[in-house]
Design a protein around this ligand. Structure first.
Ligand SMILES: *Cc1c(COP(=O)(O)O)cnc(C)c1O
Length: 387
């Protein structure tokens, strides 16, 4: 089989062998329902409790503040719809978000707009950083929630969420952050950051797909996201996915003590890739903030070529990357993130995201540096855009 160099970790990550090992018992002997009162049930309940404790601990909060969900998308939907539906009768029907959110947030907001809620989509600068003054000036008596992502999935730009949290608190508005990309890469202590709600997902951190969590600060008024039995403090009914919850917890445990060191290693590889490509390719642009950026993310604009052609040609060499976000690939619409940043469409259409991970090696990066410039050269030769 062809050797694969996987540089698409912001789309998803491989399940860590230790994570898989932690999950297997729940598909075998430990099959109990966590709501059952007998020995088998208690076994499952213990596993869920332990996972909740581990996650709460890592986020700097109490286990009771964690609700397990089916992933980042559900957590975002839950946080936004849950607070708006619950608080609209007290006249709170306004959301402030940004133009560069993940579709899980943007599509939820657009849905609520159709249902009569008001949404403000604040601008970002050329690096993808939100306009704090615009957030401040958009707040009215009707504002219920500010939802701004911690780090962007396409370009990696990290938002000043501590400042946003402070603004929200001063005005008595809830603050939710989609931390799916920042979780286990940069600090996400909810107390230090002053966050009311925070979304995470397991499959971006070497855990299984289909499991995530929403942190909900005590006192936040929110509607349940699913109705049924008394699971998850009556906020999310449904028999707990004990295996996946244990997998999520194991994935976090594997990052807990040394995620900053892991991030440093990945950042060195990323910067090596950036340097190597810059030295060998003319008119190469970095999309995103040079410093305030996720350590693993490198979004580059290759002038005069189509991102899709780059992706397909990289793929033929075993290099996996993405253009735009995974959810919008297949469409030739320019990325909404790059458009909001004011990136020229010629550059944005030739933009590719490299997102590195723990299993990438220097050898793999050096292979990319040797192969990619040749591909770019070949494609530019065929490009009608080149003068
Ligand atoms: C991947 C991602 C999501 C969606 O998470 P799922 O678990 O796949 O539903 C949401 N927000 C961001 C920023 C993401 O990168």
């Amino acid at each position: 089989m062809k050797k694969i160099i996987y540089l698409d970790h912001n789309s998803t990550t491989p399940v860590h062998p230790e994570v898989l090992k932690a999950m297997v018992p729940f598909y075998k002997n430990q099959y109990g329902n966590a709501s059952s009162l007998h020995a088998k049930g208690r076994e499952a309940r213990d596993a869920v409790d332990r996972a909740r404790e581990a996650l709460g601990d890592f986020l700097g909060t109490e286990p009771q503040d964690i609700v397990f969900t089916s992933g980042g998308t559900e957590s975002d939907n839950f946080a936004i719809k849950g607070t708006l539906l619950r608080n609209k009768d007290s006249g709170k029907d306004h959301i402030i978000t940004s133009q560069i959110e993940h579709s899980a947030v943007l599509a939820t907001c657009r849905y609520l707009e159709k249902k009569g809620f008001k949404v403000t989509y604040v601008d970002v600068d050329k690096y993808g950083i939100v306009d704090l003054d615009q957030i401040k000036n958009s707040i009215t008596d009707r504002t219920c929630l500010i939802s701004i992502m911690h780090a962007n999935n396409e370009v990696g730009t990290i938002q000043p969420i501590k400042e946003i949290a402070k603004i929200a608190k001063e005005k008595g508005v809830y603050f939710h952050t989609d931390a799916v990309q920042s979780f286990c890469k940069i600090p996400t202590n909810v107390e230090e950051l002053g966050i009311d709600m925070l979304s995470i997902s397991a499959h971006k951190i070497y855990g299984p797909k289909g499991i995530g969590a929403l942190y909900i600060r005590k006192g936040v008024k929110i509607e349940p996201c699913q109705h049924g039995g008394n699971h998850e403090r009556n906020l999310r009914a449904g028999t707990e996915n004990v295996a996946a919850i244990s997998g999520l917890s194991k994935a976090v445990e594997l990052f807990k003590d040394d995620y900053t060191e892991k991030a440093k290693r990945v950042k060195l590889l990323r910067d090596r890739l950036h340097k190597g490509l810059s030295e060998n390719i003319e008119e190469l642009y970095l999309n995103g903030h040079p410093d305030l950026r996720l350590p693993n993310t490198l979004n580059l604009g290759f002038n005069y070529v189509e991102g899709e052609s780059l992706l397909l040609n990289f793929d033929m060499k075993g290099i996996c990357v993405s253009t735009g976000s995974a959810c919008t690939s297949g469409s030739l619409e320019p990325s909404h993130v790059l458009a909001a940043m004011g990136i020229d469409t010629v550059i944005s259409q030739g933009s590719v995201r490299f997102s590195l991970g723990d299993e990438n090696t220097q050898e793999q990066i050096d292979y990319c540096i040797s192969v990619i410039p040749k591909i770019v050269k070949k494609l530019r030769k065929m490009s009608p855009l080149v003068k």
